[in-house]
Design a protein around this ligand. Structure first.
Ligand SMILES: C[S@@+](CC[C@H](N)C(=O)[O-])C[C@H]1O[C@@H](n2cnc3c(N)ncnc32)[C@H](O)[C@@H]1O
Length: 455
């Protein structure tokens, strides 16, 4: 591929001739695709997507996902570039943690974090641009995540509202995207010698807020999909110099992951604890930069922020009655725990445990969407169908491939046998695909209009 002259010169100077030749030649190699399977689903084994070649990352596989397959539509698989999967592995989410994904759309890292949290604890997933935040919310919903709050906010607003709150803050930063040149050669045309420094300015602004959000003793995870030292080693050198309470920690040993290059910044030896994935070294992947930092615990423990209680509107008794009646009639079995029911207009959600006061932050999804209050009745949400296991719901109908194609197209589905009338969970391959109302021997379609397609 045609790379800008300034680009090739830059990496010849940084790497030396021999390595630069191999690095630059890698841009003419094929793009590698990958996906992760979703351990949150009742059946995490895809229906049509082959699991032939695992990546070095848990649940990761090489291969391409068909966006119109039942595997994608039921959230059993999530397409993700193979080296991007390393970020989630380094976050290493554990059940019960409070994690913030600050630059999250479309949701690759967030869905990976959600898999690690196993529906316990709190994932706050944020995207600054509204259109991208809507896509993020859709992907979180399809993945069946129950414990995520989706925000559409600036990092500064979040830092002001809930400082020092999170065990882990992830900054998968907007960057010059040099690791995307193979996938999108037009991105290379956008590159100028000054572009990485422009991106670095924005990254510093984001990190200035991100550091405030990490609790003492908590971790900050920083990643980019670019090779530019200005956005990688030099960004970490700046962070360490500006925030001495942060320290880089050694990354786990993972296939293809190599130490970052202190000589590309100020020579500070600890920068080698950050990691790089280079396309001319790792077996298959587009490349990434990764770093994990810990914020030293403060000696004065009183400075550690206690979790403020969430400020949400709880359902009125009449609304609660409708919800309980629905759950009882449909034999919906949601485990009882401390998750609170909250209402947003006529919508009912289940807020994740440990949610803080979000104040005026712009929330897109306050947890799992359970459904809508209509006059004297309750209608279940699409998100609920994707989050529950079929054995948590009383009425289910397993669709054949042909019936599923009709369902996702928005058609009425003729059932092979009569079924009990009422709200029914349609499934394929053992996973929920949406609700529909059974009438006689037909399933009236409940697949959201905006998602319908011809399979
Ligand atoms: C590399 S992408 C994130 C990819 C995502 N983490 C994933 O795995 O799917 C960076 C994101 O940062 C967002 N962004 C751009 N400017 C930002 C800013 N000033 N503050 C926070 N996020 C920003 C972009 O819209 C983009 O969605």
């Amino acid at each position: 591929m045609q790379l800008p002259a300034g680009y090739t010169e830059k990496y010849r100077t940084l790497m030396g001739q021999t390595e630069a030749d191999a690095f630059l030649a890698s841009f003419d190699q094929p793009v590698h695709h990958g996906f992760r399977i979703n351990p949150l689903k009742a059946n995490a084994i895809p229906h049509v997507t082959p699991l032939t070649e695992p990546t070095a990352i848990p649940n990761g596989y090489f291969g391409k996902v068909n966006g119109h397959s039942s595997d994608h539509v039921t959230g059993v698989v999530y397409g993700q570039e193979p080296s991007a999967m390393y970020v989630g592995a380094i976050v290493d989410a554990q059940p019960g943690e409070r994690i913030l994904d600050l630059c999250a759309a479309p949701g690759g890292k967030s869905t990976q974090i959600a898999a690690g949290l196993q529906q316990q604890g709190l994932l706050v997933t944020n995207e600054i641009f509204a259109k991208r935040a809507a896509i993020l919310a859709e992907n979180i919903e399809r993945f069946g995540v129950e414990n995520a709050v989706v925000l559409n906010e600036t990092p500064a607003h979040i830092a002001k509202q809930i400082p020092a709150f999170f065990d882990k803050v992830v900054v998968d930063a907007p960057c010059s995207g040099e690791g995307m040149f193979r996938k999108d050669p037009a991105a290379a045309d956008y590159w100028t010698p000054a572009y990485p420094a422009e991106c670095a300015t924005r990254q510093r602004e984001i990190l200035t807020e991100a550091v405030k959000l990490v609790r003492p003793g908590g971790q900050l995870i920083y990643s980019t999909c670019t090779f530019a030292p200005e956005e990688d080693e030099q960004m970490m050198a700046w962070l360490l110099a500006t925030y001495p309470e942060f320290e880089l920690v050694t990354l786990p040993e993972l296939d293809g992951l190599e130490p970052a290059r202190p000589q590309w910044a100020n020579g500070e030896p600890s920068l080698a604890k950050a990691g790089r994935l280079f396309p001319h070294h790792m077996t298959k992947g587009e490349g990434h930069f990764l770093a994990k930092l810990v914020r030293h615990a403060e000696t004065d423990e009183t400075k550690t922020k206690k979790a403020p209680r969430a400020n949400f509107v709880h359902p009125e008794p009449a609304a609660l009655k409708l919800w309980h009646a629905f759950a009882e009639q449909q034999h919906l079995n949601l485990p009882t725990d401390d998750r609170q029911l909250v209402v947003f207009g006529d919508q009912l959600y289940r807020l994740p445990s440990d949610s803080p006061v979000f104040g005026r932050l712009h929330i897109i999804r306050p947890g799992l969407h359970l459904g809508t209050f209509k006059k004297n009745r309750f209608e279940p949400a699409f998100a609920l169908a994707l989050a529950i296991r079929p054995d948590q719901y009383g009425r289910t109908v397993a669709l054949t491939d042909a019936q599923w194609a009709r369902y996702v197209h928005g058609d009425v589905v003729n059932l092979t046998e009569p079924a009990e009338a009422g709200w029914t969970l349609a499934t394929i391959n053992g996973n929920g695909v949406g609700f529909g109302k059974v009438v006689g021997q037909t399933l009236k379609n409940g697949f959201p209009k905006g998602l319908r397609f011809q399979a």
